[in-house]
Write a protein that binds this ligand. Structure first.
Ligand code: ADP
Ligand code: ZN
Ligand code: ZN
Length: 707
């Protein structure tokens, strides 16, 4: 009998990086398989999903040593070459294995399917697609009735004209990324909608990224209103799907398939959606591009914003980054002319930004019942809003009742036995809770160390502020929104709805409430304890604070009529600080300029490129030993030219759940230099790990957000 011709096929499988299997593996197949096809292959004793990967097989091993591909998932078109290229770039840039990343960014259910199951899924999808777009369920009604497309403001028209010109000029090359810079309410979303309309009219798909899952329904409603087949969209229905981690696995698979098959025209999602397979992709929008949630914080620590830019470049399509407070990285690239900056200068309908007032805490009169958060002038301002039937928002970026409990007799403090951190006092359920490891105990009735009955909370979180507001302003309807008040599904939606419908007078919250939500009745926003970020060791802390405060302020005065009397209050011990002075003028540009000057002189991003090597061990010595050995290795490498390896230091919370955490910063003048070092260094680190007993984990973070 004649033997079947057998060929080598390169397959990306989910082999963890530390296994040392970094590239795709060779398998045998009796037939040729298109790159991007999904297959089932054996690996060790397991059978798992793999992706036939573009490129030449490795060819190293003897054919006899290779194992056969078990099955092909034949009901799906292959993933595109450009999708594979995006994954390959991300894997290489963030130093992960291709297979690990490629499989990790697919919907988890897809990885488990065989052909029979896939066919069942596709049948279900067919039914879903046959249903009218409005029947997609969950998207809430947009706030106002669809009034058709608004006439563009002159500034919006100009932005869109410039966008057109940019596309014309680019022709067959990639247009420069667009940085759409405009305050909250300046009409950025309308620009996204028009740009999307343009792409859809050409038969292309549109990807819209948002930082928070909570913001997707709101945006989805606006896109659905415009493109979902209503009168405003001219009757042409486009399918809109969302992709984020709060979907059920089945929904996520269904929406992914709709995008992959080209059936969904618009995909709205959080950072993981940057990897959505979209064969007709024609536009990417990254809303609130400065938001830290675009950076994945574990596993492959990728930046969805940066990958969106790569993806757009590679597919030669436009990408729009929108923000009122762009990241200094993007701002600097626009300064250098690498991004095209387009400006929307004012609020639509003339709504003004709230007047910013800085209150110097050093001069604040303190009287009975008045605290450093609820000062006399602030209480007066809140009373005034109550009388006028307007809403106020108080922003305090610390949840819980108090950050620590303290015994004045013996100086005991509620530290966490497992972490180098305090346990936070939560009064609602009478617990001491560690926000790092989760260790929770009931609040002791007396000091555990000396028995003193009089242990007291130090400092203030949102819970305590809420309580104090209720004491000071009896009758006011106070609502707190933070991670504790919104733990259960549906709670946040219900709470936001209460604010919108006017059932709330005073909203207290962490940064959760500053983002995106369009509260129309708020005329006072107060930040009561924002100074911490000014003196943080994290060089990005001021940038984040500025964005948060601008964003918080943007919650006020969205209603043009109320805008005139809207105010943003900042209670600070440092009113003279340049950050607050710039905030007072709503002057992001001045703030960016001063920050960039500081960054440049300190050799920090965007003028330098960083990677952070983190090590976790049972002991400090184990973590430190590994990093020291890694540093010694780097210093001896010729490829480390142009890079600086700093000494290892403990992380800001050095011990979490009894694990010691150290980090070491690597700095380079260029991306190229940094990548060269990492490429030669990483394989050595995998080998080095084995020599360090007591080392639990190590991880590399390229372009870390916080150092
Ligand atoms: P941003 O995304 O910058 O916050 P939006 O696009 O949401 O701004 O616009 C703010 C408000 O103004 C929204 O209620 C929007 O419907 C409305 N709007 C936007 N553009 C126009 C326009 N050209 N004419 C009338 N209203 C507009
Ligand atoms: Zn004590
Ligand atoms: Zn702890």
């Amino acid at each position: 009998m004649a033997e079947l011709p057998v060929q080598r096929i390169r397959v990306a499988v989910e082999a963890p990086q530390h296994s040392g299997l970094s590239g795709p593996l060779d398998y045998l197949s009796e037939r040729a398989l298109a790159p991007g096809s999904l297959v089932r292959v054996p690996l060790g004793r397991r059978e798992l999903m793999g992706i036939v990967w573009p490129g030449e097989p490795d060819g190293g091993a003897e054919a006899a040593a290779l194992r056969p591909i078990l099955a092909e998932l034949d009901g799906l078109p292959p993933l595109s070459a450009s999708w594979c290229q995006l994954v390959e770039f991300a894997a290489s840039y963030y130093q992960r294995s291709i297979g690990e990343l490629a499989l990790a960014v697919l919907p988890p259910q897809l990885r488990e399917l065989d052909n029979t199951q896939l066919r069942a899924r596709l049948k279900k999808l067919g039914k879903f697609l046959a249903s009218p777009a409005e029947a997609q369920g969950s998207a809430p009604e947009a706030e106002e009735a669809p009034a058709g497309r608004p006439t563009l403001s002159p500034a919006q028209q100009q932005v869109l004209d410039e966008l057109d010109a940019l596309l014309d000029a680019a022709r067959n090359s990639a247009p420069a990324p667009v940085l759409l810079y405009g305050i909250t309410g300046s009409g950025k979303t309308e620009v996204y909608l028009r740009a999307a309309e343009h792409a859809l009219a050409q038969g292309r798909q549109v990807l819209v990224l948002v930082p928070e899952i909570n913001l997707t329904p709101q945006l989805e409603a606006r896109f659905a209103e415009r493109f979902g087949g209503s009168a405003a969209s001219g009757g042409a229905a486009h399918r809109i799907v969302s992709l984020h981690s709060a979907l059920t696995p089945a929904q996520r698979l269904r929406n992914w398939l709709a995008a992959h098959l080209g059936e969904a025209d618009l995909v709205l999602g959080t950072r993981l959606a940057v990897f959505a397979s979209m064969p007709r992709l024609g536009l990417i929008v990254v809303d609130e591009e400065h938001d830290p949630s675009y950076k994945q914080q574990d596993g492959a620590r990728y930046s969805a914003r940066d990958l969106a830019i790569y993806r757009a470049h590679q597919e030669k399509i436009p990408v729009i980054l929108g923000s009122a407070t762009p990241s200094l990285e993007s701002w600097q690239r626009a300064n250098e002319g690498r991004y095209k900056r387009l400006l929307l200068p004012g609020r639509i309908g003339g709504g003004a930004l709230p007047r910013v007032r800085l209150f110097d805490m050093k001069r604040m009169p303190l009287s009975k019942g008045v605290t450093t958060a609820l000062t006399t002038p602030l209480l007066d301002a809140l009373r005034l809003r109550l009388e006028r039937g307007e809403q106020s928002l108080i922003f305090l970026n610390r949840r819980g009742y108090a950050p620590v409990l303290h015994c004045a007799e013996c100086n005991w403090k509620s530290d966490c036995p497992h972490c180098s951190a305090w346990r936070v006092f939560h009064k609602g359920d009478r617990t001491l809770r560690c926000h790092h490891c989760g260790f929770t105990e009931r609040v002791p009735s007396a000091c555990p160390s000396c028995g003193n009955q009089d242990i007291a909370p130090l400092g203030r979180g949102t819970e305590r502020l809420e309580e104090q507001l209720q004491e000071q302003l009896p009758g006011a309807r106070v609502l707190r929104i933070d991670a504790d008040s919104t733990k259960h599904k549906g709670e946040l939606e219900a709470q936001l709805a209460a604010v919108h419908s006017g059932e709330v007078d005073i909203l207290v919250g962490t940064q959760m409430v500053t983002k995106g939500h369009d509260f129309r009745r708020i005329t006072l926003v107060a930040a009561v304890n924002p100074d911490g970020a000014l003196f943080s060791s994290d060089f990005r802390a001021p940038e984040r604070l500025f964005a948060l405060l601008m964003q918080a302020g943007g919650r006020a005065g969205r209603d043009a009529e109320a805008a005139a009397r809207s105010e943003m209050w900042v209670q600070t011990w440092h009113p003279e600080h340049a950050l607050y002075q710039a905030l007072k003028q709503h002057d992001f540009e001045a703030f960016a300029k001063s920050q960039l000057a500081e960054r440049e002189s300190a050799g920090l991003p965007p003028f330098a490129h960083l990677a952070l090597l983190r090590a976790e061990g049972r002991t400090v010595e184990a973590a430190q030993g590994f990093l020291k050995a890694a540093a010694a290795f780097a210093q001896a490498m010729p490829e480390a030219q142009g890079c600086l390896v700093y000494p290892a230091i403990p992380m800001s919370v050095a011990r979490v759940a009894n694990v010691e955490r150290m980090q070491m910063l690597v700095e380079a003048g260029s991306r190229g230099a940094l990548q060269r070092l990492l490429w030669h260094w990483m394989p050595e680190l995998h080998a080095l790990k084995r020599e360090h007993k007591g080392l639990l984990r190590w991880a590399l973070d390229v372009d870390p957000l916080a150092i």
